[in-house]
Design a protein around this ligand. Structure first.
Ligand code: AN7
Length: 352
């Protein structure tokens, strides 16, 4: 049977009101792409995979959670949803609200959202509100707004988001036949870490796996509250998706790192950009900077001797597509040349 999307494929394993009619764009079932070249650079016998979540309908993993959140919201009678966002949540909420035929309001930090995400939110018809402030300010605003109005909050503080996002762990287990030894992923608001841990914990409980992975969470050095152990009031990083100073799911993610025997670490913007480039140029996987952060941090941990991945299976969650952030993809790269429209000119250029 054709793929039904997250809600109908996994309904029996999700907390969702019985009978809620799925609002879906047939998200999920993303590929677990082997990364053989990068695996070799990590050590002998490493099996490395990217869970390429950029291939979801709006271009990020947020769609897994949003299909469940909007399905539940519509079932509960909501006529409008609201979220704060660094960009991907906004685009995803806008897409699913459009699908449901309800209103969507997104609140974003002015000037700090990648072009393709803003374009998505606008294209899907959301009301886009920019603030003179950070994501963390926006989240406080929409939490309060949802209490003072009929707007339904669809940030990952909404439990339906975690339910949907945990299904990525189910798919990893489907593909590998067990949980991997290591999972590395970027950490912003820490919802996705919470969701993967829930998913792998569910799998262990149902007996589909023999273990849970060691979870390595990675933040950008200029935006690393969980590494520092306190909120950051003015987070800064090229990885704008994870430019978050006070993660809403801090405690749950901290539990995941602790219980799994993993940890949370920081990595520089330069290392993030270098890994994004390596993924694109050595493996053909084009992701936004935030999405390369998990693997960048994991590689750093290996280089420092903090992790020995030899002979192990490693899954890196690649959270969003590179086409969302064309400015960062092209920054610091030579501009394409322009030549006369002749074959001679072309061959001269190729040999240059
Ligand atoms: C590509 O869109 O928070 O730790 O408002 O877009 O679950 O927050 C995005 C987060 C990683 C971090 N990678 O995930 C938003 C937002 C990408 C992201 C994260 C985000 P969480």
């Amino acid at each position: 049977m054709a793929w039904q999307g997250i809600v109908d494929e996994y309904r029996s394993r999700l907390e969702l009101s019985p009978g809620a009619k799925a609002v879906s764009l047939l998200e999920g079932r993303t590929p677990l792409v082997p990364l053989p070249r990068l695996a070799r650079s990590l050590g002998e016998g490493v099996e490395l995979y990217a869970k390429f979540e950029g291939l979801n309908p709006s271009g990020s993993f947020k769609d897994r959670g949003m299909t469940v959140a909007v399905t539940q919201a519509v079932h509960d009678g909501a006529q409008a949803v609201v979220c704060a966002s660094t960009g991907n949540t906004a685009a995803s909420a806008a897409a699913y609200a459009a699908r449901a035929g309800i209103k969507c309001v997104v609140v974003v930090p002015e000037g700090k959202v990648a072009l393709g995400k803003l374009a998505g939110a606008i294209a899907y018809g959301a009301q886009v509100v920019q603030i003179r402030g950070s994501f963390d300010d926006a989240l406080l605003m929409v939490r309060e707004a949802s209490q003072r109005s009929a707007l339904c909050l669809v940030n990952s503080v909404n439990p339906s988001r975690i339910e949907g996002q945990k299904t990525a762990a189910f798919e990893v287990v489907d593909d590998l036949g067990d949980a991997p030894d290591f999972l590395c992923l970027p950490v912003g608001n820490a919802g996705n870490t919470t969701a993967y841990w829930k998913g792998f914990s569910d799998e262990l409980q149902t007996g589909r796996t023999t273990k849970r992975p060691v979870v390595v969470g990675v933040q950008a050095a200029g935006s690393a509250p969980m590494v520092l152990g306190h909120p950051v009031t003015d987070p800064q990083t090229v990885a704008t998706a994870i430019r978050i100073g006070n993660p809403a799911r801090w405690n749950e993610a901290a539990t995941a790192f602790r219980e799994s025997g993993g940890h949370v670490r920081a990595v520089s913007d330069d290392a993030i950009l270098a890994m994004a480039r390596a993924l694109a140029q050595e493996e053909g996987v084009f992701c936004e900077p935030s999405s390369a952060t998990g693997l960048a941090g994991f590689a750093k941990a290996v280089a420092e001797g903090a992790i020995d991945p030899r002979g192990k299976r490693v899954v890196a969650v690649v959270t969003g597509h590179g086409m969302k952030d064309p400015d960062n993809a092209m920054a610091g790269r030579p501009a394409p040349v322009t030549i006369d429209a002749t074959t001679d000119a072309l061959l001269r250029e190729v040999e240059r």
